[in-house]
Design a protein around this ligand. Structure first.
Ligand code: F6R
Length: 243
């Protein structure tokens, strides 16, 4: 695993955006796995700026969603699909048919999970997966004690993650959906390159556990230690507990 420490969130966003642009220069139709939440926003902003300056060509890029709330009505503004349309597809000019994601409002969410794993495989697999990290070490919505070989599946969020995400639901944890569809840890590990971005002091403990802790399902992000090409980009605050 390589660890890159940058000064702040903006520098992390720029660094990761450059990695995505380099990949697209080599492979214009690369499948880029994207996360939601606050952390990747500077990446998407930097990529949009690079595209405007002609430094990144996203015209053939394909996008794959990491996780999704289950049970929100289609088009709900806080569904991760809606968020990614606003933050990634529209600003980067990527058409909807280049976007893969699980159907969070499916009547049969278990079938939707299996269908998404099949769709990812049929698309040739994810070339670069961008990850954030939860304060408890979750990646995607694989909460502590998720199997490290898990596939895309339905999961129940912990109260801690619902509290962390309440800011997107009027600061009311009770409005945060209880269930999610997430790529499994095993699914995530199949991406060719994993790039985990962590910013802010609140992530420092989780980053230290990811990089220097034991490989354990109690910290799902520690599974990055198993991957032959994993990069952790942390700002100084998020890296502050590394030895
Ligand atoms: C979201 C996701 C989550 C977040 C994590 C950190 O798609 O996969 O694992 O990356 O909860 O969220 P932020 O970036 O909001 O701190």
């Amino acid at each position: 695993m390589e660890v890159v420490i940058v000064e702040n969130a903006a520098a992390g966003g720029a660094l990761v955006a450059e990695a995505v642009a380099r990949l697209l220069a080599r492979r214009p139709d690369a499948l880029i796995g994207v996360a939601t939440g606050s952390t990747p926003i500077p990446v998407y902003a930097a990529l949009a700026a690079m595209a405007r300056r002609g430094e990144a060509d996203l015209s053939r890029a394909r996008i794959a969603q990491l996780d999704e709330y289950a049970g929100l009505p289609p088009g709900h503004p806080e569904s991760y699909r809606s968020v990614l349309v606003r933050q990634v597809l529209e600003p980067l000019g990527i058409p909807a048919d280049s976007f893969l994601g699980p159907d969070g409002s499916a009547d049969d969410p278990v079938a939707a999970c299996a269908a998404y794993d099949r769709a990812l495989a049929a698309a040739g697999g994810v070339d670069l997966q961008l990850l954030g990290i939860g304060t408890d070490g979750h990646i995607g919505f694989n909460e502590p004690c998720s199997s490290l070989s898990s596939r895309t599946r339905l999961k129940t969020l912990t109260e801690r993650t619902r509290a962390d995400n309440a800011r997107f639901f009027g600061d009311d944890p009770d409005r945060v959906p209880r269930h999610v569809i997430t790529q499994g840890v095993g699914t995530i590990l199949e991406a060719r390159h994993l790039v985990l971005l962590a910013t802010g002091e609140a992530k420092a403990e989780a980053v230290a556990a990811t990089v220097e802790g034991p490989l354990t399902a109690r910290c799902p992000s520690s599974a990055l230690q198993l991957h032959p090409h994993a990069t952790v980009v942390a700002d100084e605050a998020a890296a502050s507990r590394l030895e």
